[in-house]
Write a protein that binds this ligand. Structure first.
Ligand SMILES: *Cc1c(COP(=O)(O)O)cnc(C)c1O
Length: 231
C-alpha cells in the first residue's frame, strides 16, 4: 500500500513540475513519518525515500537508532531549547526556527559538535493563533538577527499553510512565502544561502510545487491517516 501511495505522490509532483516548467530534481519529497512505526518507515526507505520528517525530539531519537544511517532526518516541529542537544547531531536540517533564542541555542550546540546546522525560518503565513512561526512582518528582521550566528546556515523559509478543502485557496500564501524568501535573500546576510522553500503538505503540495516549493512535507498522502489514540 505504501508503495502505491508513494508512486501516486511521485506522479503528482512530476505533473506539478511539468505544469510549471520545473525540474523534478529541484523538489525534495520529505516523508513525514510522525506517529508511524519504524516498520512503515523501512518500507518507504526500501522504496527509495531517504528524507524523513518528524516533529518530536523523542521520536527522532527512538527511530534514529533503528533505521539506516543514510537517512536524512528533518526536524519540522516546534522545538524546545532544552531539547536541541538531543538532535543536533542527528538531523540534517531544522525547519522550525521562529525565535532568536532558539537559534542561539542551536548555534551553541552546533559549535560544541563542530558542525554547521542548516536552518529554515518558520513563518506563520496566515497569522493563525494555533500555529508556531514568526509573523510575516518580522521574518526578515529575525533572519538579520540570526545571521550573526556562525554555526548556522539560513537556507530558506518554511510554512504550514491553513487547512483548506480546495488547495487553490493556499496559492496566494505560497506566493507570499516565496516573496519573503526573496526579501531575505536580497539582504545579502552573513551565514545565509537561500535555496529552500519548505511548503506544501498532503492537501496542497501540488500547488506548492507549482509556486516554487523545493521541499514538500507529505505525511498522510504516503503513510495514511494518523491515529493519536495510543499516544
Ligand atoms: C504533520 C506535518 C506535515 C504533514 O502533514 P500531512 O497533512 O499529513 O501531509 C507537514 N508539515 C508539518 C510541519 C507537520 O507537522
Amino acid at each position: 500500500m505504501l508503495k502505491e501511495n508513494l508512486a501516486s505522490v511521485e506522479a503528482n509532483i512530476r505533473s506539478a513540475c511539468e505544469k510549471s516548467g520545473r525540474n523534478r530534481t529541484d523538489v525534495t519529497l520529505i516523508a513525514v513519518s510522525k506517529t508511524k512505526p519504524v516498520e512503515m518507515l523501512k518500507e518507504v526507505y526500501d522504496a527509495g525515500i531517504r528524507n524523513f520528517g518528524e516533529n518530536k525530539v523523542q521520536e527522532i531519537c527512538e527511530k534514529y537508532d533503528k533505521l539506516p544511517s543514510d537517512i536524512q532526518w528533518h526536524m519540522i516541529g516546534h522545538l524546545q531549547r532544552n531539547k536541541v542537544k538531543q538532535i543536533i547531531d542527528k538531523v540534517c536540517m531544522i525547519h522550525s526556527v521562529d525565535t532568536y533564542r532558539l537559534a542561539e541555542e542551536i548555534n551553541v550546540q552546533a559549535k560544541k559538535h563542530n558542525l554547521i546546522m542548516p536552518i529554515l525560518i518558520e513563518i506563520n503565513i496566515a497569522d493563525e493563533q494555533t500555529k508556531y512561526g514568526v509573523k510575516k512582518e518580522d521574518a526578515v528582521l529575525l533572519a538579520e538577527e540570526i545571521s550573526h550566528l556562525d554555526n548556522l546556515r539560513i537556507q530558506g523559509v518554511m510554512a504550514v499553510a491553513p487547512y483548506v478543502e480546495n488547495p487553490e485557496e493556499n496559492r496566494h500564501y505560497f506566493r507570499e512565502i516565496m516573496k519573503l524568501a526573496v526579501d531575505i535573500e536580497r539582504k545579502k546576510l552573513d551565514n545565509t544561502d537561500i535555496r529552500v522553500l519548505s511548503m506544501g503538505m498532503t492537501g496542497d503540495y501540488m500547488v506548492a510545487v507549482e509556486e516554487g516549493a523545493t521541499m514538500v512535507r507529505v505525511g498522510t498522502g504516503i503513510f495514511g491517516e494518523r491515529s493519536y489514540a495510543n499516544k
